[in-house]
Design a protein around this ligand. Structure first.
Ligand SMILES: [Zn+2]
Length: 575
């Protein structure tokens, strides 16, 4: 392909709207253009790369035995109401009506649709297992679409759904998908970290996320420095230390005036005490009922863990008014002693003595609080957000925080959806049983952008060979020089005959402009053909990821380029 026949609108300037490198580079290299917030057009080069990612995904899905289907993006709202998820997801779903005024939604995911299908078409254990997948456009009305394709309102996803006769069989399906995902991301040239994750709106029993480690990642994760434990911060546990006993003398609880001291910092400073000695008391509304949540003063509540511990459907911090009603004091002075609403405390507070807490009266705190002696805590659970330096829950190691981009997510769903939507089968014993499900997603467009986020330098993209729009760029320094053009054309012929995708920069631009654009585009191998080299009987070869410029005799040009290409394929090969 010739540059002059392609559409590659590169930009010199870094676009204002783009905050992270991959988004900037996709705009600058002429890969995508914005239509509106969270809406992008794929220009030809990005579309070529996207098709390559999709091809890898398809090959690995087929290899794992999944069957490709295509479901509608437009759904009757009724099916979402039937599963109860309309309430959970209504804010992220695009709600529309057809001409007969029937409520419809644009699908943010497809558990309901595929389970409905299976409930109609699968009748017997003989038809199981089955794993159905699609590569299709999803819609989510994101509050804050950003980072280009990373968080868009419309995006391409691969979603697969497995149905099995029992839990062991479902585990095998999960494992097969997990392994397929490892292969897919490796083949796309991505280094991923698999972390334990929360099941969120999907429900289910267990899930893992495939994370691309990147500073720009929206997800916080922690990993152990000694064992393989790694988890999304939403879910991460950490090893509770021993109970904090700050009060060896076990003094009786006492109320002390603390005029105007409300925050942990202010109170800790007032008592000249470490923040960890404070019991932070937060009032939440769980399914519209107040609950007091106690955590060490230096820690933050993990609301996802809290919601799970309370088995609450809805959870939010209480309003000032509700806090005053529950504690009898203005905001900032809540504490566990004498509080009349249910209380749940973090595990780290179990057995804690000599603590400082709010007194449930204006401008006062209590000291020498012995939580078990002085308050009625109903339950202890792991409620805090893990952080850098916490102990690993599995070993003696420490946890370290990283940022990640979620590119894949696998869930063990169990029988939630099959029971709700009637995906039952007749078992060998003649009984009706719900199929055991798993679901498995890959953000295809996000995966594509992640390859750039993980693989670029100051000059531009450094494409992995497997997903690069073209694998080789041939740069003819002067298109008026006939010998250069002739040699370039012969080389293209040789490379294309060997299945290599080649782009020829045939523009009448200065070499400096062409070199800059070549680095920006970041195709894996570049060949420079110029008068000066040809006079010495050589062409130049530059592998994008390496700083070295090599030369090869003209007669051996295609062999040398193919050698570089083959070498790059080793980076993305499955071992
Ligand atoms: Zn560990």
């Amino acid at each position: 392909m010739r540059w002059t026949k392609q559409l590659i609108p590169t930009l010199r300037e870094v676009p204002q709207e783009a905050e992270i490198p991959s988004h900037q580079l996709m705009l600058r290299a002429g890969l995508i253009r914005k239509l509106g917030g969270g809406l992008y057009t794929f220009l030809p080069l990005a579309f070529r790369a996207l098709k390559k990612v999709e091809k890898i995904v398809r090959e690995e899905m087929e290899r794992a035995g999944a069957l490709e289907i295509l479901m509608p993006a437009l759904h009757p709202r009724e099916i979402w109401e039937r599963s109860g998820r309309y309430e959970v997801l209504r804010d992220v779903m695009f709600n529309i009506k057809d001409r007969q005024d029937r409520p419809m939604v644009l699908g943010p995911t497809h558990e309901e649709i595929v389970t409905d299908l299976v409930s109609r078409e699968i009748k017997s254990y003989r038809q199981l297992p089955v794993n159905l997948y699609q590569i299709q456009t999803k819609f989510r009305d994101e509050i804050r679409p950003r980072f280009g394709l990373m968080r868009a309102k419309e995006f391409i996803m691969k979603d697969a759904y497995s149905f099995d006769v029992g839990w062991d069989e479902a585990d095998a399906s999960y494992k097969a998908m997990y392994e397929a995902y490892e292969r897919i991301f490796k083949r796309c040239g991505l280094r991923t970290k698999v972390v334990e994750a929360d099941t969120g709106a999907m429900g289910g029993n267990w899930s893992h996320e495939f994370m691309v480690l990147a500073d720009a990642g929206e997800d916080g994760i922690v990993e152990c420095d000694q064992c393989s434990y790694a988890a999304n911060l939403e879910r991460a546990e950490s090893r509770p230390g021993g109970a904090s006993d700050f009060d060896e003398a076990a003094l009786p609880c006492e109320t002390v005036p603390t005029p105007g001291r409300r925050t942990v910092q202010e109170v800790a400073a007032f008592f000249q005490s470490p923040p960890a000695r404070l019991i932070k008391t937060l009032i939440y509304m769980a399914d519209k009922k107040p609950v007091a949540v106690l955590v060490p003063g230096d820690r933050d509540v993990n609301e996802i863990k809290l919601k799970r511990a309370l088995k609450a459907r809805e959870l939010a911090l209480a309003t000032d008014e509700a806090i005053e009603q529950a504690t009898g004091a203005p905001v900032g002075f809540a504490g566990p002693v004498g509080l009349q609403i249910p209380m749940i405390a973090d595990l780290r507070l179990k057995g804690c003595k000599g603590a400082i807490a709010g007194a449930n009266q204006n401008d006062a705190h209590r000291i020498h609080v012995d939580l078990e002696r002085d308050a009625k805590v109903e339950d202890y659970a792991d409620l805090i957000l893990s952080r850098e330096g916490d102990g690993c829950p599995r070993c003696d190691g420490s946890l370290h925080e990283k940022r990640g981009i979620e590119v894949g997510h696998v869930f063990k769903l169990g029988t939630k959806y099959s029971e709700l939507l009637g995906a039952n089968y007749l078992d060998v014993d003649g009984k009706q049983k719900p199929a055991v499900m798993g679901c498995y997603g890959i953000g295809v467009t996000r995966t594509l952008q992640s390859t750039i986020e993980q693989s670029h330098d100051d000059n531009g993209i450094v494409w992995p060979i497997s997903v690069a729009p073209y694998q080789v760029e041939i740069l003819v320094l002067n298109m008026q020089h006939e010998e250069s053009v002739r040699i370039a054309e012969q080389l293209i012929k040789d490379l294309e005959a060997r299945g290599v995708d080649v782009l020829l920069d045939d523009r009448d631009e200065r070499p400096g402009v062409k070199f800059k654009d070549a680095d920006l585009l970041g195709l894996p191998v570049r060949v420079n053909i110029g008068e000066r080299g040809l006079a010495k009987g050589v062409i130049e070869i530059k592998v994008r990821k390496s700083p070295d410029l090599q030369t090869a005799p003209i007669a051996e040009a295609s062999k040398a380029v193919l050698g570089c290409v083959d070498e790059l394929w080793k980076d993305v090969a499955i071992s």
